[in-house]
Structures are given as structure tokens and as C-alpha cells.
Design a protein around this ligand. Structure first.
Ligand code: GDP
Length: 723
């Protein structure tokens, strides 16, 4: 009435999920026996159904942890809640299985899934059976002991089975040692194993099967247990009906009938009637002889209940200790902060959005504009180099600028044409495409950074999804944006109007740019000077290289000149040069050539810098052909400004709007409960947190139940003594 067993069985299930260590184990009944001793038949007789894997060579390969739950029969009208069904807690998706054939098939499949080279696995299959016809029991079915290894069984099988059984028959479990009546008990591996771990037989019940195969008097003598006494005794059973029985009663749906009736009938034949006299005590004081599956069932319930009752105190203490430890750890490690998978996912997504928002400050209009400007400035420098710095006439331009009387209109068409070329090189350099790509690359880098940093490093799937959808948005927007930008800068390809203020700013910037460029050249020269070994040595080297180059130039001219008809090659190097050539290594010659180039470049830059500062260049936009640098800088600035405006509207604003929404719809709302949990536990810190929290919760729950039981027990004991 206390339903102690039932409650402790529930507690046992929870404890099993908390940990597998022996400390928190409540007793269970472990069924051992040699192959074909009738082990499966006994279990099926107790359950009332055939449900265990059968067939040739079908040894149980994994322990089956069977939890029988006595449930009241459901009202006939309520078809939705079956009263008799099986449930695999490890495979909740299978739901409640009402067909025992399906249970049998599932167990067979699980059995076959164990690779044959592994022989047996010690990973148990958990199966709950709810039924009005079963008592509350937990039983573990183990692979049967092999007595003679047959050819097709791996050698390791026997050893592995022994080891597996040894693991399960430890305290506090109750051992159900199954032996067949027609085999000498001395040969029973089950009894031998049990005697090793339980010499007094205080937690072993002997089950003698196949009692129909021996004469009743012989059967009764076995059950008296005189030869191998067991404190809990032997129970004799007959579990298999005559073979014709099962076949006839198979119902139309192919479902096997309940075996209980058949078993009881068979047992009545064997133990009742004429035979009953053999199974009565022979004299006063002799113990009752136990026969029948009904008796076995009651005996099991009784033994399990008292064993559970005896463990109550110990397990309560053990759980208390575990709970204290878990609570302490929870306090110390997490300051008692509770989390859920949902809260973690929500926080992660919020943090991602917040960080994204923070990062978007890198993409304000001024920031984008200055990036684009830098890109275009570099382009301007390249154009200047190509068109002006490499042109030997360029120094002339400075002198022309000094001529106050010469107006821009009167300037040689050569320079005006050059300026137009430079301007159109710049405006037609694919600014739309390149500026959009530059900004999109920046965004991609930002997203990739977010997706690969913590905590997304723990969530590779989510990270891949973020990268995928954000790249998709960018891809989609890029073409459009580039076209827009290109369209809007189109007028500049024909004409660029510059006012005085813009000119002044452009000139200032160009001056700055030249200063930078000169610094770069000087830095490089200093570097080479250091390598070559000082200024004087570099001077010598540059002179030498200059001489070489001039000579080469002369030779080239002479070779192509019509005067040199006889094609004579004059020796260009004088004796001095020959001597000097040995002073420098090939690497130094290369350095020398670079230094020469840089020196010439620097000279030119200085000239142009001077020109930029001149009165002429300060005079205004009309002086553009004299000061192409200032003009191009102004154009670059206009291009940057216009590009920024359209990139901002078409690309950035769209992306900033879409990205957080996509996160919600593709990450947050897309995950179901199981995926939320998977996501959360991908992060090891969160997994540890959740595990400890869950462990603590379960231990608390168990502790409450245990205390309830202890109180109940005390009450009952109290009222018993009062009576
Ligand atoms: P297990 O290998 O130990 O699980 O044994 P089974 O339950 O599969 O039984 C082995 C064989 O013994 C089967 O052919 C059963 O039909 C038969 N068997 C089991 N119990 C009895 C019984 O009480 N009487 C008889 N005559 N045969 C039985």
C-alpha cells in the first residue's frame, strides 16, 4: 500500500539519468542463466507477452533494462490512452508502442545493430512496460551464459558475456538465477556466478524452469534447495505452453496472445492435481515449496520491496551528499544563476545584433567616404605617374606656370589634352564597381569576424548560416548598387565643374598627398642607403649606375641611327668603369637603379610640389591645366562623395535593415526545442552549466520524493507500534 517499490522505481529512473555510478543505485533484479535455460520465457511469463528477440543464434547482445509499471486499466471508452504499452526512453520518438510484436522487432533490430566483432555491448537498452497485468518491478535481462562455444560465435563472446554479467550482479542488485530442471544444478553457470558474489544467497532467488520435464518428486527435491541452499529460496515454473498452443491462438492481426493464461494452465497441470502432494511441505517446520509464475511474481515483488526499503536510508544519505556537492558547485561556479537553452539562444542573438550595431559605426558616411577617397587618391597618383611623372616634358609645365602673362587658354593644347585624358582615366576607371566592392568587402569581413568569433566558434552551423545569408544579401545588392553609382557619376565623365572653394580644398589635399609621396620616396632611399653602406657610397653607386644607363642609351641610339652603317659596336665602357664594376654586387646594382629612379622621382615631386604652392595654382580652377594634381584631387573627392551617397542608400541601409531581421527569421525562429538545446549545448560552458543545473534539479526532486517516502515509512511504523 505504501507503493514503495513504485515510487523507488521512479526515483531509480531519475537517478539513472543523473549518473551511472554505483553510489546512487537502487536495487534491481538481474536475470542471469545459461542459453536456453528458459530465461526469456520466464521474463515473458512475468510480463504476460512475448516480446524478447527470438530465433536461431539470436543471443541477447545488449542488456535490456526492463521497468515494469503497474498501471490501472483504462476505461474501455478512452481509446486514446492505452493501458498496456511499451516505451523506449532512449527513443522517445517511437512513442507508446501497444504492439508487443513491434517491441520485439525493435529489440531485435537494436540487438542486430551491435557489430558482431564486438560480440556484446554493455550499453543497456531501456524499455518501460506499462500494464495492469504487471507488478512494479525493474528487471535487467542479460545475455545468456555460453557453455560450449559454437563455431560461428566469436571467441570473445563468452568472455565478454561473463564480464558483463559480473558487472550487473554486484550489490545491491538481486540476482535471479535461472536454471533448467532437467540440467544438474551443479552445472548451472548462473548459480556459480551468484555464489561468487553472494555466498550466503541473501540476494539470490533461484528459478527452476522446465519443471514439466522432470518427475515431480525430483522437481520438488530441487526446489527444497538442500544441495545448494539459497536464503531467498527456489521457485519452480513451467513457462512454455505445449507448442501447438501459440500457433492456434494467433489472432488475425498477427498479434501474439497474452501468454499468462496458457502458462497458468500448464503450471496447473504440472503442479496441481495428482502432483500437488509432492510440492507440499513434508513435515512441520519445513519451508513451503514455491511453485508457479504467480508465486515467482509475488516473491520478486516482496524481495524487491524489502531490498528497496533497506536501501532507502543509504540512498537518501548518498543523494543528500550528491545534492550538497551539486548545490555548492552551482553556487560557486554560477552564483546560482539559472539558464535555459532558450535564454542562451536569445542572449546570443541579442549580443550578435548589438555587436553588429556597434561595428556598423565603421560604416558611417564620413568613414565610407574617406575609405573611397583613399582608394581614388591612390588611383590619382597612378594616373599622375603614368601621364606626368614619366613624361620628360613635365618640368616645363612648372616653368610655364611661372609665366604670369600666359593664360590657361593660351597654353599648349598638349597639356590641355593631357588633363582631359587624366580626368577621363579617373572617371572611367570603374568607380561604381570598385567602390561598391570595397564597401561590400568591408561588410563581409565584419560579418565573417562576427561569425567566427566567440561564441559562434562553438556554433559552426549557425555561423555558416549567418555567413551564407549575409553574403547572399550582399550579392543581391551589389550589382544594383554598382550600376546606381556608375549612373550617378556619369556626368563627371563629360565635364567636371569646380568652384573656388572646391579648388582650394583639392589643392590643399594634393599638396598633402605630395608630401606623403615624397616622404615615402625618402624613406625608401634611406632604406637603400642603409643597405648599401652610407650616403657617400650610395652617391658613388648612383653615379656609376647613371653612367651605365647613359652609355646604354647612347649605344641604343647609335645602333638605330642611320650613321652607323657598318654596324660597329663601340666599346662603351672606359677602363675606369670596368674597374668600378667589380666594386658592386648585382644586388647593389639593382639597389643603385632603384635609388636613381627614386632620386629622379623625388626631384620631380619637389618641382610639382613647388608648382602646387605657386601663386598660379592658388588662383583658382582656371589654372587646372597647369596644376593637374589639384584638379584630379577635386574630381576624386566628388566621385567619392557621390559614390558614398548611393552606396549608403542602396547597400548599407538595406543591409543594416535586413541583417538583424534575417538573424531572427533564420536562426531564432527557425529552431525547435531540440535544436535550441543542441545549439546551447554546442557551447561547452553552457553545456556544463545546464548539466550541473539539471543534475541539481533532479537530485532535489529525488530528495523530496525520498523524504516523502521516509516520512511515510515512519508514520506507518508509528501507527503499527501504537496498535
Ligand atoms: P533462453 O535462451 O534462456 O532465453 O531460453 P528460452 O526462454 O528461449 O527457452 C529455451 C527453450 O526452452 C525454448 O525452446 C523454450 O520453448 C523452452 N522452454 C522454456 N521454458 C520451458 C518450460 O518451462 N518447459 C519446457 N518444456 N520448455 C521450455
Amino acid at each position: 500500500l505504501l507503493q514503495l517499490t513504485k515510487k523507488l522505481i521512479e526515483i531509480r529512473s531519475v537517478l539513472l539519468s543523473v549518473d551511472q555510478s554505483d553510489a546512487l543505485k537502487l536495487p534491481s533484479i538481474v536475470v542471469i542463466g545459461s542459453q536456453s535455460s528458459g530465461k526469456s520465457s520466464v521474463l515473458e511469463a512475468i510480463v504476460g507477452h512475448e516480446f524478447l528477440p527470438k530465433g536461431d543464434n539470436m543471443v541477447t547482445r545488449r542488456p535490456i533494462e526492463l521497468t515494469l509499471i503497474h498501471s490501472p486499466p483504462s476505461a474501455p471508452s478512452s481509446s486514446t490512452t492505452p493501458s498496456e504499452y511499451g516505451f523506449f526512453p532512449g527513443m522517445p520518438h517511437l512513442g507508446r508502442i501497444t504492439s508487443f510484436s513491434t517491441i520485439q522487432k525493435t529489440l531485435t533490430d537494436l540487438n542486430l545493430a551491435v557489430p558482431s566483432d564486438q560480440a556484446v555491448s554493455d550499453d543497456p537498452i531501456h524499455l518501460h512496460i506499462h500494464s495492469p497485468h504487471v507488478p512494479d518491478l525493474t528487471m535487467i535481462d542479460l545475455p545468456g551464459y555460453i557453455q560450449l562455444s559454437s563455431m560461428d560465435q566469436p571467441d570473445a563472446l563468452k568472455e565478454n558475456i561473463n564480464a558483463l554479467c559480473d558487472k550487473y550482479i554486484r550489490e545491491p542488485n538481486i540476482i535471479l538465477a535461472v536454471c533448467a530442471a532437467d540440467v544438474d544444478l551443479a552445472n548451472s553457470p548462473a548459480l556459480r556466478a551468484s555464489r561468487r558474489v553472494d555466498p550466503l544467497g541473501t540476494r539470490t532467488i533461484g528459478v527452476v524452469t522446465k519443471m514439466d520435464l522432470v518427475k515431480p518428486e525430483h522437481g520438488a527435491s530441487i526446489l527444497r534447495g538442500d544441495r545448494y541452499p539459497l536464503h531467498l529460496g527456489y521457485v519452480g515454473v513451467v513457462c512454455k505452453a505445449p507448442p501447438t498452443f501459440g500457433g492456434v491462438l494467433t489472432t488475425i492481426r498477427g498479434e501474439k496472445p497474452n501468454v499468462t493464461g496458457a502458462v497458468l494452465k500448464r503450471e496447473e497441470e504440472v503442479f496441481g492435481g495428482e502432483n500437488a502432494k509432492y510440492f507440499r511441505p513434508r513435515g512441520v517446520g519445513e519451508k513451503r515449496i514455491m511453485v508457479g509464475t504467480d508465486t515467482l511474481r509475488k516473491q520478486l515483488m516482496h524481495v524487491l520491496e524489502s531490498s528497496m526499503g533497506a536501501s532507502l536510508h543509504g540512498i537518501t544519505n548518498a543523494v543528500q551528499l550528491e545534492l550538497e556537492e551539486a548545490s555548492y558547485q552551482f553556487k560557486v561556479q554560477y552564483n546560482d544563476r539559472r539558464i535555459t537553452s532558450e535564454s542562451y539562444v536569445a542572449e546570443t542573438v541579442d549580443a550578435l545584433k548589438a555587436r553588429f550595431k556597434e561595428y556598423t559605426s565603421q560604416f558611417t558616411k564620413p568613414a565610407v567616404r574617406s575609405k573611397l577617397k583613399a582608394m581614388l587618391d591612390e588611383r590619382v597618383m597612378n594616373i599622375l605617374e603614368q601621364l606626368y611623372w614619366n613624361d620628360p616634358r613635365t618640368p616645363e609645365l612648372g616653368k610655364l606656370a611661372e609665366d604670369r602673362k600666359l593664360t590657361a587658354d593660351e597654353l599648349d593644347a598638349y597639356w590641355k589634352y593631357k588633363l582631359e585624358t587624366a580626368s577621363s582615366l579617373l572617371t572611367k576607371s570603374g568607380v561604381g564597381r570598385d567602390s561598391t566592392a570595397l564597401v561590400a568587402d568591408g561588410l563581409r569581413g565584419l560579418i565573417d569576424g562576427l561569425a567566427t568569433g566567440e561564441p559562434f566558434s562553438y556554433h559552426p552551423d549557425a555561423a555558416a548560416r549567418i555567413i551564407e545569408f549575409s553574403h547572399a544579401i550582399l550579392r543581391e545588392r551589389m550589382g544594383l548598387t554598382a550600376d546606381q553609382v556608375e549612373n550617378c557619376i556619369k556626368p563627371y565623365k563629360y565635364e567636371v565643374e569646380v568652384d573656388d572653394r572646391e579648388w582650394a580644398l583639392g589643392r590643399d589635399r594634393a599638396e598633402e598627398g605630395f608630401k606623403e609621396e615624397m616622404k615615402r620616396c625618402e624613406a625608401k632611399l634611406t632604406e637603400i642607403r642603409g643597405r648599401v653602406g652610407g650616403g657617400r657610397r650610395l652617391g658613388g653607386l648612383v653615379n656609376f649606375v647613371d653612367g651605365l644607363e647613359k652609355a646604354e642609351e647612347q649605344r641604343r641610339r647609335r645602333r638605330v641611327s642611320p650613321d652607323n652603317e657598318n654596324g660597329e659596336e663601340e666599346e662603351a665602357k672606359g677602363p675606369d668603369q670596368l674597374v668600378e664594376a667589380y666594386k658592386y654586387s648585382p644586388a647593389q646594382i639593382i639597389d643603385g637603379r632603384h635609388a636613381l629612379l627614386l632620386t629622379n622621382r623625388l626631384m620631380l615631386l619637389k618641382l610639382r610640389h613647388q608648382a602646387l604652392k605657386s601663386r598660379r595654382c592658388r588662383s583658382g580652377p582656371d589654372s587646372a591645366p597647369f596644376c593637374p594634381e589639384a584638379f584630379l584631387s577635386t574630381v576624386a573627392d566628388k566621385l567619392a562623395y557621390t559614390s558614398t551617397m548611393f552606396i549608403n542608400i542602396e547597400l548599407l541601409e538595406q543591409f543594416f535593415y535586413q541583417f538583424p531581421r534575417e538573424i531572427d527569421s533564420r536562426i531564432l525562429y527557425q529552431l525547435d526545442r531540440a535544436e535550441l538545446k543542441k545549439f546551447a549545448t554546442e557551447n561547452p560552458k553552457i553545456r556544463a552549466h545546464l548539466e550541473l543545473q539539471e543534475r541539481k534539479d533532479k537530485l532535489e526532486q529525488v530528495m523530496r520524493s525520498l523524504q516523502g517516502l521516509a516520512n511515510l515509512q515512519a508514520d506507518v511504523a508509528g501507527s503499527n507500534t501504537k496498535r
